[in-house]
Structures are given as structure tokens and as C-alpha cells.
Design a protein. Structure first.
Length: 184
């Protein structure tokens, strides 16, 4: 029981708050990340992410619900509980050679930028990384010639054999810098 932590804030009611949609997103090969830095004041905030030389992040088109992210509690025996990250992408213009075939055996990180509202006012952008510790692996790549416009639906998730991921935020300036240098 040495891994127990204490709650450090209240749970408040905000009927008007929450994400108002994903504005943009990035896809990064986990193996292309050279280093990650966290805030010393808040261990759940990513303040630095450096890609290996020659590596790129790739933009994801986030029209309507083409990208959906979820986090679910992962209860671990003998280790701290963590989260399973799941991302579902509807690839509307996917190349078999460049995306569909490689994703089947890749470990990927997705970083989203969403517009967050508080009350009736917009509070600003929020960036969230998914799969940052272990990378997410494909759990499904599906296509039907008659469903969903014959587009591919790709589901990525935290691998089962790992402890899990933390729920994280990323400095918006860092996200914007990564996005500015991304391919797409």
C-alpha cells in the first residue's frame, strides 16, 4: 500500500465546461521521441518533447468525429493503478503503403489540441498526449466496402502487458511548436 496517493482538490460542478471539440492532432512514432520533460511543479504536465534528428510528427485531420480519444482506469495488482488510452481514427484518405499497413505493427503517440470552455466563456486551448509512456498499438484496423464510406477505422490502445499511462496535459506552446513543424 506504499503507492497510495492522496486527493489534492475538490470535485466541483461545471455544467457548461468541458472540451468543445478536437481542433487538431498529431501522430508520432513512439520510437521517434528522443526525450520528454515534465513540470517540476506538476508531474502531469509535459513541458518538453524532443524528436530524434530527422524524425517528424504527422498532422491528423480532425473533421467532425474522425478522431475520438478515451481514458479508462486500469486496475493493477501489485502496482499503482493507471489508465488505458484508446484512440479511434477514421482515416478518410489513407494510403495503404504509408499508413494502413505500417500502423498494424507500430507504437504510436497521439497529441490532441482541444478548445476548452469554462462556464459560458472559452478558456483557451488544451493539449493532451495519449500513449506517451508506452505508445499505443493497433487493436483494430477495419474497413467495409459498404459501411462508413468504405473508409478505414483504426483503433489504437495502450498495450495490455504494461502498467498503463497517466492522464497528462501538455503546454500549449509546446504543442503549437510541434504542430508547426509537423508533416501534412
Amino acid at each position: 500500500m506504499a503507492c497510495l496517493t492522496k486527493i489534492q482538490s475538490a470535485i466541483t460542478y461545471d455544467c457548461d465546461g468541458g472540451n468543445t471539440g478536437i481542433l487538431s492532432a498529431l501522430l508520432i512514432n513512439k520510437e521517434d521521441i528522443a526525450s520528454i520533460t515534465f513540470s517540476s511543479a506538476n508531474a502531469s504536465r509535459v513541458t518538453g518533447l524532443t524528436l530524434k534528428e530527422g524524425a517528424s510528427a504527422y498532422k491528423i485531420d480532425t473533421v467532425k468525429r474522425t478522431l475520438v480519444t478515451t481514458e479508462a482506469l486500469k486496475v493493477n495488482e501489485g502496482a499503482p493503478n493507471a489508465f488505458t488510452h484508446t484512440v479511434t481514427i477514421t482515416a478518410t484518405s489513407a494510403s495503404l503503403r504509408d499508413l494502413i499497413n505500417p500502423v498494424a505493427n507500430s507504437r504510436l503517440v497521439i497529441i490532441t489540441k482541444a478548445l476548452r470552455s469554462v462556464g459560458s466563456a472559452l478558456a483557451g486551448d488544451e493539449a493532451r498526449p495519449f500513449g506517451l509512456y508506452y505508445g499505443m498499438s493497433a487493436t483494430g484496423v477495419d474497413r467495409s466496402s459498404h459501411d462508413n464510406g468504405a473508409w478505414y477505422t483504426i483503433t489504437l490502445a495502450t498495450p495490455e502487458r504494461v502498467i498503463g499511462e497517466d492522464s497528462l496535459l501538455m503546454d500549449i506552446e509546446l504543442y503549437d511548436a510541434l504542430y508547426a513543424g509537423a508533416v501534412g
